[in-house]
Ligand binder design. Structure first.
Ligand code: UDP
Ligand code: MG
Length: 313
């Protein structure tokens, strides 16, 4: 019988959670009584993650493992999962059990009702630092304000995606991927189910601040040109202001004797303008860097090894 569900789990140095993740996912998937595969994408882990999953592949023929040649990042890992899975519906879920597998049957129900994408909406986030919760809240709202597309807020990559949407996603070649944005871009019938995001089962977050910032940049630059527009507006407003000030300066020079005492104003204007110019250059740089990535057209990920796939796949 053909595979009904593919559960895609990206793992990066997750030796502390792999076992429990397998147990919880297997329990849930077995309860659904339909053929499934459990596809782990090892994103260049340097701990025992790979060996542990190799063992699982030996024991359980529903488990498959794809190992990257190095760390390519979470978004590349789930993209690979979408590309390499073969189920009629693909479920993306984190390995750390923050997204409870018990929500999957609810998603499957919606899918059977005819929805093509069922995304998990985080009602609450447990056991995460105040910093993470606040930055996440701000980020989702900032992104929503910047883009014209309808990307649901407080929604991670935990979701069920129908094969036809997966095919659309696999066909998109962009490099700095914000997968949940791309899913919105794809369209089709989408719906959310609410859940409470748990604490990490074990281990620590693999998203340090640097990766979070980069992720936010990818999301914004992929789905909005507004920062460029704002840069343009800012330039225009400041040009007009400085033009007006030109007349003030000329007036002072010609009709008063206060010209020499202008040091403070000149320095502050210089600092302001240099700052704004550099900021605008920075925004443009972010976009240009991403154009550069697209032009180079390097692969999104490189596979070192596959384990548990049958011959014809
Ligand atoms: N992950 C990955 N590559 C990375 C970083 C993370 O494959 O470079 C995986 C990680 O193993 C986990 C998921 O992505 O399964 C989410 O990561 P994490 O739980 O650390 O992120 P957080 O929940 O803290 O945002
Ligand atoms: Mg997590």
């Amino acid at each position: 019988m053909s595979i009904r569900y593919s559960v895609v789990v990206p793992v990066y140095n997750e030796e502390a959670v792999v076992k429990e993740c397998y147990v919880r996912l297997t329990a849930v998937m077995e309860s659904m009584q339909e053929p499934y595969e459990l596809l782990f994408i090892n994103d260049g882990s340097r701990d025992k993650t790979e060996e542990m999953i190799d063992c699982l592949v030996e024991q359980d023929k529903r488990v498959r493992l794809v190992t990257f040649s190095r760390n390519f990042g979470h978004q590349a890992a789930i993209s690979a999962g979408i590309d390499l899975s073969c189920g009629q519906a693909v479920i993306l879920i984190d390995a750390d059990l923050q997204d409870p597998p018990e929500v999957i049957p609810k998603m499957a129900e919606k899918w059977k009702e005819g929805y093509d994408v069922v995304y998990g909406k985080r009602e609450k986030r447990k056991g995460e630092s105040l910093f993470k919760r606040v930055t996440a809240k701000v980020f989702y709202r900032f992104l929503a304000s910047q883009t014209d597309m309808d990307i649901p807020v407080d929604t991670g990559d935990f979701r069920l995606i129908d094969r036809k949407v997966c095919d659309v996603l696999s066909g998109l070649t962009e490099k700095n991927r914000y997968v949940r944005g791309l899913v919105s871009f794809a369209g089709f019938r989408q719906i959310g189910v609410s859940y409470v995001r748990d604490e990490r089962f074990a281990g620590e977050t693999k998203y340090p601040f640097r990766k979070m910032l980069n992720f936010a940049m990818d999301a914004t630059t992929s789905f909005s040109k507004k920062p460029l527009k704002i840069a343009g507006y800012m330039g225009t407003v400041l040009s007009i202001a400085s033009f007006v000030y030109l007349f003030v300066a000329l007036y002072q020079k010609l009709f008063t004797d206060r010209t020499v005492s202008g040091w403070a104003s000149i320095v502050s204007i210089m600092l302001l303008f240099n700052g704004v110019t550099l900021m605008i250059l920075g925004i443009m740089g972010e976009y240009i860097g991403r154009i550069y990535d697209e032009v180079k057209n390097r692969p999104l990920y490189i596979i070192k090894e596959k384990n548990g796939f049958s011959e014809e796949e």
